[in-house]
Design a protein around this ligand. Sequence first.
Ligand SMILES: NC(=O)C1=CN([C@@H]2O[C@H](COP(=O)(O)OP(=O)(O)OC[C@H]3O[C@@H](n4cnc5c(N)ncnc54)[C@H](O)[C@@H]3O)[C@@H](O)[C@H]2O)C=CC1
Ligand SMILES: O=C(O)C(=O)COP(=O)(O)O
Length: 623
Amino acid sequence: MASSSANALFSSSLAPSIPESPLFSISNSSVSLNLLPTLHSSSFISSSRCNFIPIRSVLKTVETLELHTSDLADPTFPNTRSTILVAEKLGEAGLKLLRSFGDVDCAYDLSPEQLCAKISSCDALIVRSGTTVNRQVFEAAKGRLKVVGRAGVGIDNVDLQAATEFGCLVVNAPTANTIAAAEHGIALLTAMARNVAQADASMKAGKWERNKYVGVSLVGKTLAVMGFGKVGSEVARRAKGLGMQVIAHDPYAPVDRARAIGVELVSFNQAISTADFISLHMPLTPTTSKIFNDDTFALMKKGARLINVARGGVIDEDALVRALDSGVVAQAALDVFAEEPPPKDSKLVQHKNVTVTPHLGASTKEAQEGVAIEIAEAVVGALNGELSATAVNAPMVAPEVLSELAPYVVLAEKLGRLAVQLVAGGSGIKSIRVVYRTGRTPDDLDTRLLRAMITKGIIEPISDNHINLVNADFTAKQKGLRISEERVEVNAPPEFPVDTIQILISNVESKFASAVSENGEVAIEGKVKYGVPHLTRVASFNVDVSLEGKLILCRQVDQPGMIGRVGSILGENNVNVNFMSVGRMTRKKRAIMAIGVDEEPNKESLRKIGEVPAVEEFVFLNL
Ligand SMILES: NC(=O)C1=CN([C@@H]2O[C@H](COP(=O)(O)OP(=O)(O)OC[C@H]3O[C@@H](n4cnc5c(N)ncnc54)[C@H](O)[C@@H]3O)[C@@H](O)[C@H]2O)C=CC1
Ligand SMILES: O=C(O)C(=O)COP(=O)(O)O
């Protein structure tokens, strides 16, 4: 269907043109979320630590669905290997894993222009904190880039909004460098307290200044851990071992976890006003940007000491220089800076009471090997179309949930496709209601994947946008499409996650009046039967057709001989009919005939069907 005319179906066409990006794409007849390459990929074996779908379970999914290999075949596989650009130094074990899967291009220290020039030939990009992956990079990728892997925790150098808009998955490696960062925090804390760096520099300059470098003790002092996540809690644990009193501030941390380590969670003001040492471990977000500024330094105990292994941007660096000059902050130990590397003449870096390291928190051999493996597995998994356990901008769906939902994913997309084709052009779809009937407690049903596929089914036939799990909600919003969901518990076998899926589109005109319910909504319903998606209801007409190939829906006066007449018109046009189903409301009144055909009938045949006296209306639909 032409995208330009069909775009008029949406009341808002503000959406940027999102180029094709085949991550998680689900083709008309396949359900494998592009999992097929996994079936061929014998060289890659994921570790049990990651949330990968084991190869055996993928095979099982395919068998259960009774899909034909032709449905799943990727014509470009296995000749096409993915290209993975590694833009910053990555551990050898990770590189080895990546090389076993695709072509790896290690190109360090690229300028922004060089990165943009290279990116359109890459399927994946792996970076650390030194590369800015902004909107220009996604634009320059021209839709090819499927995944950005951040080999570390902080994703503040990746424009997540742009990634989402372009349907590009962002994954990180959130666990492998936790201990390294915590150890570095403790290293800075102790080095600062005992002036290790300054004394070292002094001795190397030929001096022996014992009185100048008298330090402060840690035991019995209060440490405030700001951000009680993975790194923060490991710092707290270690500081307790040094005999410190540890308090923490984190608006989202569970009290139980803090209590288990013997840490009291307190308010921001309480933390910074009572602590002797303040260690920062929160992410850089719009909320935490420059959260340490003139006002907050003024609240600190005079002579407080600050450690930052989180992100430079959480501190207003000019304000910190002022606080150091006035003695409000006695010392600071910094691993991270607002601008990296900081300017050579940075007053902060040069300050005598400041100890600095060049963003070394994650830089241990062990952490870098771990991070490299963690990110390589996540990137390869994503290129295989698997839903990632470390996705930053997409829902994470457990493999067992995915496997269970697989046939319903196909149903959801096909119903979406069907519903949108029933809407007359120009009506302006604004609001779609999806009703899931389930034999389980409605809370037990994770519908994110189904909603994404309904969105894909609705948008793709009428636009150029390629929809995947990453950009489905965003694209719907951009198109002014509101998708609401209802889960209704019904008396159905609870071993199946969904009994029926119903799609209702309100305030639109239909090409096929019989698809409009008494409430004035275009309404269709389907269910999975023996692993195959079926259309089971069109407005108030019950039908039963498998959602495969192409479909003619035809409303007629219920009378004998109709199947034969329409069938012979199609036969004359060499159109193979693969099924027919008649659903009626009242005997001898009106019925809907659903005819599945292998080929699209020519205009002449469609005209002849329309001229059969008992046929009141009909519509041809591509599934
Ligand atoms: N210097 C380095 O090389 C490294 C730096 N990091 C940085 O350390 C930080 C923490 O990393 P993880 O512990 O792994 O992340 P995490 O996500 O486990 O912990 C962050 C914690 O900060 C909390 N938080 C969010 N907003 C907050 C606020 N306004 N006030 C207080 N707490 C807030 C969150 O609730 C969370 O518990 C990140 O910024 C990360 O980028 C991490 C590893 C190495
Ligand atoms: O993981 C993080 O957030 C870090 O800051 C580590 O950064 P890096 O990968 O060493 O550039």
